[in-house]
Design a protein around this ligand. Structure first.
Ligand code: PLP
Length: 359
């Protein structure tokens, strides 16, 4: 009988699983979730829809109604075809699987979203991480050199970037689009908080794919991501999509919620205002360096970040410690923007932790 070590691919044996922190009973500011509930009337309606859903039948394989709702609610250009995924993570995986010819390269700035690297490994693509500048801006000369040298089949740009929060310079990205020999995916997971997009450029740019998700907007539990791009590319990716990847409940409940997109957009507006308030409070703390954010989280640096993270946790506040995740993230912590009350609780605990640290 073989052991896992004998049969599992060595690059998989070498991976650690994606780690999700236990959060029961905590103020949960670690995963960029929308902290607000949907209105009670809408929740009740979603309940009835779920109760009446034909759970014995397979879902609509093409999710036609949901796609139409997405187009209307989110202003997807007619020339762009849509691919739906069980979260945008699944879309990253589909695209990488499709492009994973032997030796094909997936390039992404670093630090960025960790799934780019992990999925490149899952699919056997050659991953190249391009270090950002110490202030987390794109090093344009290094980027263009890397593109010329590595000839990536696929470039992922998180716009804005996670975990740093910033938008890379738009002009540099336009130049990247012109220069890249392969596909460029703009990952706009935080679109609602950035209010800037490459979506309008999809019709004129056959190598541009724009990916978004409903997760950060308020439906993380439903798992729905989508990508818009030229029909010729989307048709190939669609062959790799497992049949029925978007389940009945997700199709029904997301389609209904998208009719009330104004509710989610209003919540995002509150979170953008809270982001500004939280950034100002953080910047007012001695010893805290705050990085600019166009997302619903804020990256900050503080001496002894690991101890600060632990002190916050002992006060029931869960954020994300990035110290050790990448050399450029030394002493960095990431906090998701929560409700006003959660943000105040976080700031109170942080001030107490820093005061205790100073002794
Ligand atoms: C959260 C996140 C995603 C994944 O979102 P899902 O749709 O929930 O899978 C993708 N890209 C970035 C940059 C993210 O931060």
């Amino acid at each position: 009988m073989s052991t896992p070590q004998q049969l599992i691919r060595p690059e998989i044996l070498a991976l650690s699983a994606y780690h999700v922190q236990p959060a029961a009973g905590m103020v949960k500011l670690d995963a960029m979730e929308n902290p607000f509930d949907l209105p009670a009337a809408l929740r009740a309606e979603l309940g009835s829809l779920a109760g009446a859903a034909p759970l014995n039948r397979y879902p609509d394989a093409g999710a036609a109604e949901l796609k139409q709702r997405l187009r209307t609610a989110l202003a997807i250009p007619q020339a762009g075809e849509l691919l739906l995924g069980n979260g945008s993570d699944e879309i990253i995986q589909i695209v990488a699987m499709a492009l994973a010819r032997p030796g094909a390269c997936l390039l992404a700035p670093e630090p960025s979203f960790v799934m780019y690297r992990m999925i490149a490994t899952f699919c056997g693509m050659r991953y190249v991480g391009l270090p950002l500048a110490p202030d987390f801006t794109l090093d344009r000369a290094a980027l263009f050199d890397a593109v010329k040298r590595e000839q990536p089949a696929l470039v992922f740009i998180a716009y804005p970037n996670n975990p740093t929060g910033n938008l890379f310079a738009r002009d540099d990205l336009l130049e990247l689009l012109a220069l890249a020999p392969g596909l460029v995916v703009m990952d706009e997971a935080y679109h609602a908080f950035a209010q800037d997009s490459f979506m309008d450029l999809v019709p004129g740019h056959p190598n541009l794919l724009v990916m978004r998700t409903l997760s950060k907007l308020g439906l993380a539990g439903l798992r729905l991501g989508f990508m818009a791009g030229a029909p010729a590319w989307i048709a190939e990716f669609d062959k790799l999509r497992l049949p029925y990847n978007i389940n009945v409940l997700t199709q029904l409940l997301a389609a209904r919620t998208l009719q009330d997109i104004d509710v989610l957009n209003a919540q995002a507006a509150v979170l953008r205002a809270e982001r500004a308030r939280l950034a100002a409070m953080l910047a007012a703390q001695a010893g805290v360096q705050v990085f600019p954010s166009s997302a619903n989280f804020i990256l900050f640096r503080v001496a002894g970040a690991g101890a600060v993270f632990a002190a916050l946790k002992s006060r029931n506040i869960l954020i994300k410690c990035l110290h050790g995740a990448h050399p450029l993230l030394a002493d960095c912590l990431r906090v998701t923007v929560g409700t006003p009350q959660e943000n105040d609780a976080f700031m109170g605990a942080l001030a107490a932790a820093l005061a205790a640290q100073r002794g």
